[in-house]
Design a protein around this ligand. Structure first.
Ligand code: NAI
Length: 794
């Protein structure tokens, strides 16, 4: 081609990045890597290795160790041994290490970007301009948190040894998202990178050495799913943080259930990309290019479902196709490439299989006529239109460069379609109307909503999902909480061995000789007193064996009715915080008016002193959460872009609460009040020891303007009712504060829809001590943060 012809076509020539430095580092290690344990390279115990290759050429890059249970054990022991010294450092000393890591990442940025691209296949433009800068930003930001830890999180302590398992789509970035907050909060780490992309984690080991990080604080064990499994099951790990598929997330939820391991899961998504007719269509199309073709669509929050307002659908499809014709697919080290290689053959085949299935289900498949390299793992950017909302390509995560397009007519229909998924990771809304976009953003069930922008991330803005996209956040204040626990919690004694703080043998009630006998309470569902479906009741006896009354024996059907009532009362979550506070104050006032009669009845079970204390502390607790209701609100983040991120605290939804046995009134109020103060609706199973408290509670609720269905109470056999609640797919969270076996059971049983689980781990909580029994620890479990990114500034 002559120069004139070149000038006329304006074609890009190849602009390959030089991989020599990255390859030299591999050569320096003889292209063979062991694990990084206790600050040194260690050969695998079983002597087994596997290859990692460049997906754009198929060429082998290096051989890495396949971690066995013995290797994992070695690494966990190193992390445990390093923990005391790491924790005894001052906040400032830890901050300096994180700062040193950030600096080293910056100094090696190009080497890391090239290595990432070689191992993963993503365009160098992305690894250089997105992944690695975000890695450095994450360490900088968390160096700051390390510095401020004691001031900002008084009363909290690190979990201990943390096991972290990451996927292959953003290998070093996911490492940073995991390691930075863990170290900043004083944990030590064993991290397992994905088997397809271990190289930058090993490069990070090198950086830890350069930064002089104490041995054992960060350990990297390479290997496949079996290595991850060994880490999850290791008895001396205190917390597991996982990013990857929902299927493996579920397996990890089950595997950790019998233990006290804290767990955070960042799983899949099927995120909607909603374009309204008044959107700036050219900007929206550019957003879409980032939304679905970034990293070949191998992004958990990829905007993989395009929802277009019907009136602009044809015009928009034409624009998208035009743009797709200009995308460049090819060698990822070429700086002018938009779409690189798919990470592995199995992934490529999976994408093709899902696309074929979508077409078989009626979708129309369109791909641009652009050149594709004959060698390497490439998949053309793909547009599927005429997709039915129930089709596999509208429901399943494809994790490839495939966009499934659908239409809607009204904002309401857009929201319905957008939320028609089991996932809830991210969403995009494009509209020039601030009213439409923010109105829709508020209704989307997603952890991140980008308004007129897409795929923006920042260390200050927590990232994570609603629903089956997992639980926990990475980044920001809420991300740190995933690596912290209240200081008293770990050493709290098991529930059975400790009497309550106010400890005395129950006394016979002194202020009445014959108790107000034959008190028959009912269930409380949807604001109405209801008889149990079973038609049975159970006798409730006092401490001295006297019959105090009868409580209904609730069953599965009653729980289902209660869940339905709680779901119907969801408008409570949209009531103003001021309004919720007023109702809570009113509950407190009405409890105060009945304090003597309630204490008198309760004293037959827990003794006079405790009964009176439960009522007094109970009134105070209600006032605390009334106070919190309009103060525990969101934040506005200022990420380093032309945006603000509104970190909105939204209620989780419907919460099942299994109340502690030993403090029938105060235990109930300490759990149910925070939940409803933040707008959740509740199905509560009251103390099995004294379920009659239900009668007192609903009389108070009935006179307090609490809308019907916000609190529902089902008495009966706690273990049976808890099982139905934990398995119910329309319950979003379950809190269980009874014994250790129940704590383990709720975790296992909740795996179906991956409920948020909050338990006492079978430990005793002193409900009379406000440091243990109330405050932020509970409130943190009542909400999930949704970050709404909005353009802002000049
Ligand atoms: P995966 O979930 O199997 O792998 C993620 C990580 O978990 C890897 O480090 C893997 O070795 C480890 N792992 C696998 N089985 C494990 C187990 N039983 N216990 C502990 N760790 C285990 O994901 P995979 O197979 O690489 O990709 C399959 C699909 O998962 C993708 O097509 C995509 O749909 C989804 N995925 C989603 C990601 C996300 O960020 N949401 C990331 C990666 C994959």
């Amino acid at each position: 081609m002559s120069i004139v012809e070149k000038f006329m076509t304006m074609e890009y020539g190849p602009a390959p990045e030089d991989p020599r430095e990255a390859l030299a580092w591999l050569d320096h290690h003889g292209r063979r890597f062991g694990h990084f344990i206790n600050g040194a390279w260690q050969a695998p115990a079983a002597g087994t290795y596997f290859d990692t290759s460049d997906p754009s050429t198929g060429e082998k890059l290096a051989t890495v160790a396949q971690g066995s249970a013995a290797d994992v054990d070695h690494a966990v022991r190193a992390a445990r041994a390093a923990l005391p010294a790491w924790q005894s450092l001052t906040s400032h000393a830890r901050a300096r290490y994180l700062y040193a890591l950030a600096r080293q990442v910056q100094k090696h940025s190009r080497w890391l970007a090239v290595l990432e691209t070689l191992d993963n296949g993503k365009p160098i433009r992305e690894s250089r301009d997105i992944d690695i800068p975000l890695v450095a930003r994450h360490f900088y930001h968390h160096a700051g948190w390390a510095q401020l830890l004691e001031q900002e999180f008084p009363g909290y302590t690190a979990c201990g040894v943390v096991g972290q398992i990451i996927p292959w789509n953003f290998p070093l970035l996911m490492l940073a998202w995991k390691i930075a907050p863990a170290l900043a909060t004083g944990n030590t780490v064993v991290l397992k990178p994905a088997e397809f992309t271990p190289m930058t984690a090993l490069a990070f080991a090198h950086i830890c050495q350069e930064a002089g990080l104490p041995a054992g604080v960060v350990n990297i064990v390479t290997g496949d799913g079996s290595t991850g499994e060994a880490l999850v099951k290791h008895p001396d790990v205190d917390k597991i943080a996982f990013t990857g598929s929902t299927e493996v997330g579920r397996a990890i939820r089950k595997a950790t259930a019998p233990s006290h391991k804290k767990l955070s899961l960042e799983l899949g998504g099927k995120s909607p990309f909603i374009i309204f007719e008044d959107a700036d269509l050219d900007s929206a199309v550019e957003g879409l290019v980032d939304g679905i073709w970034l990293n070949q669509g191998q992004v958990c929050c990829a905007g993989s479902r395009l929802l277009m307002q019907e009136s602009i659908a044809d015009k928009l499809i034409a624009k998208i196709q035009d743009r797709m014709n200009t995308l460049r697919i090819g060698p990822p080290l070429d700086k002018a490439i938009d779409i690189g290689a798919i990470v592995a053959r199995v992934q490529l085949e999976r994408i093709q299989r899902l696309v074929d299935q979508g077409v078989a289900e009626g979708a129309t498949c369109w791909q641009p006529s652009i050149p594709v390299p004959s060698r390497g793992l490439y998949f053309l950017p793909t547009l599927l239109s005429n997709v039915h909302p129930t089709s596999v390509v509208a429901q399943q995560e494809i994790f490839g460069p495939v966009l499934a397009a659908m239409t809607f007519r009204t904002p309401r229909e857009a929201v319905e379609l957008a939320n028609n998924t089991v996932y809830g990771l991210a969403a995009c809304v494009w509209s020039e109307s601030i009213n439409v976009s923010l109105h829709v953003a508020a209704q989307l069930k997603a952890g991140v909503v980008w308004v007129n922008c897409t795929n923006l991330f920042d260390a200050a803005c927590g990232f994570g999902g609603y629903r089956e996209s997992g639980f926990g956040r990475e980044g920001g204040r809420e991300g740190l909480l995933e690596y912290l626990e209240p200081s008293w919690f770990k050493s709290a004694p098991p529930i059975h061995t400790t009497p309550l703080a106010i400890d005395q043998p129950p006394e016979p009630p002194s202020d009445f000789t014959s108790p107000p006998i034959d008190r028959t309470v009912k269930l409380y569902i949807g604001g109405k007193q209801a008889r149990p479906d079973s038609g049975y009741s159970v006798e409730v006896r006092g401490a001295d064996g006297r019959l105090l009354g009868e409580a209904p024996l609730g069953n599965r059907k009653d729980i289902r009715n209660a869940v339905e009532a709680a779901r119907k009362a969801e408008a409570w979550g949209r009531a103003t915080a001021h309004n919720r506070a007023q109702v809570l104050y009113y509950v407190g006032e009405n409890l105060s008016q009945r304090r003597d009669e309630i204490a008198a009845r309760l004293s037959a079970v827990v003794g006079k002193k405790q009964a009176e204390a439960e009522v007094s502390f109970g009134i105070e607790r209600i006032f605390s959460y009334a106070a919190w209701a309009d103060k525990y609100d969101g934040t506005v983040h200022n990420p380093p872009f032309r945006n603000v991120a509104l970190a909105m605290k939204e209620p989780i939804g419907t919460v099942g609460v299994v109340c502690p046995a030993d403090a029938p009134l105060l235990g109930f109020l300490s759990l149910v009040m925070p939940a409803i103060s933040m707008g959740n609706t509740v199905i509560a199973i009251p103390s099995e020891k004294y379920p009659l408290i239900a009668g007192d509670l609903y009389q108070v609720f009935e006179t307090s303007d609490l809308p019907d269905g916000v609190v529902n109470i089902v008495t009966g056999r706690a273990a049976e009712l808890m099982k139905t609640l934990a398995e119910h797919d329309d319950v979003d969270a379950i809190w269980c504060f009874t014994d250790e076996a129940s704590a383990a059971a709720v975790k296992t049983l909740s795996v179906g829809n991956l409920k948020r689980v909050f338990t006492n781990e079978g430990r005793a909580i002193d409900w009379f001590d406000a440091k243990q029994g109330e405050g932020r620890w509970f409130l943190d479990h009542t909400v999930q943060v949704k970050n709404v990114w909005v353009p802002y500034g000049e």
